[in-house]
Design a protein around this ligand. Structure first.
Ligand SMILES: [Ca+2]
Length: 285
């Protein structure tokens, strides 16, 4: 082999190593540009299971004290976790206008239609990072969606099925967001489902955190409880936990301008054109 050929082979080797280097560099840049560290693992339940989450629960002896109830009113007699499933594209006959799944292909359903005074609690703790900053306001966000579906047997308020969701900063135990309501609670705009069931459409939650929250641990909790007397069920759908925007629900009524092809608008247009034509005819007469 001539030295000339050796030189050419060496040059080709350098060129191919350079090319490989460029590919590795560009892949690294692509990875760096993706906010892969956004908060909560399997926050959208797209693994089709509860990986990353802790399920617990027990039984509901009834809420403590009197109204207004809050997280301090919740009592759970420790036991096995209540029911928890992942649902896909299903219709919920008890809550006919809820569109499932809420985000992606899978949504979590905590507790179920059955009674037994069961409680299902879902918890995940994670650390807020720079990847959770929303470029629109430069602040970290935690977002998710939930929809409670509960029977309303009209028991005493402390005996009713209930749901609870919260976002807590573990650095100082401050509650950044919480929502509690029992089935049929006055002031909550429940929709009427099948029979005595009440529900809410998916509620989108957007918790804005201060920059000081970066590096701090956030705990998410969602709870769904049957009535404490044992005969009536209640559950809550949750989805989309993370820092990214939760997209608008599919199939939900979106308030927009009235489309021009609506029959009423067409009739009005026809009337106006008719009046204009009549005026035109009079002017010419
Ligand atoms: Ca999902």
């Amino acid at each position: 082999m001539s030295t000339h050929l050796h030189a050419r082979k060496r040059a080709a080797g350098i060129r191919s190593r350079r090319r490989l280097g460029m590919i590795v560099l560009s892949a690294a840049l692509t990875l760096a540009a993706t906010p892969a560290l956004a908060i909560f693992s399997n926050g959208g339940f797209e693994q089709n299971d509860f990986s990353g989450w802790t399920l617990s629960g027990g039984t509901n002896p009834g809420l403590l004290g009197s109204e207004p109830f809050n997280s301090a009113s919740i009592q759970i007699i420790p036991g096995s976790a209540g029911p928890a499933t992942i649902v896909g594209q299903i219709a919920d006959p008890l809550a006919p206008t809820i569109v499932l799944p809420r985000v992606g292909q899978h949504t979590a359903k905590l507790n179920d239609e059955g009674g037994g005074a069961l409680v299902t609690r879902l918890v995940q703790t994670d650390t807020v990072s720079n990847a959770d900053i929303d470029s629109s306001d430069g602040l970290p966000h935690i977002r998710f969606a939930f929809a409670p579906v509960m029977d309303d047997p009209a028991h005493a308020p402390n005996e009713q099925p209930y749901f609870y969701v919260s976002v807590k900063n573990l650095a100082d135990n401050s509650i950044l967001f919480e929502q509690f309501a029992y089935s049929g609670q006055p002031g909550v705009n429940y929709l009427n489902g099948a029979g005595s069931w009440k529900y809410l459409e998916f509620q989108n939650v957007d918790v804005v955190l201060p920059l000081s929250a970066i590096g701090q641990q956030i705990e998410l909790t969602a709870i769904a409880a049957d009535c404490s007397l044992g005969g009536h069920g209640g559950y809550v759908y949750v989805d989309g936990f993370g820092s990214a925007n939760v997209p608008p629900p599919a199939g939900a009524p979106v308030i927009t301008e009235v489309p021009v092809n609506q029959p009423a608008i067409l009739a009005l247009l026809a009337l106006l054109l008719g009046v204009a034509a009549w005026r035109g005819n009079r002017a010419r007469a």
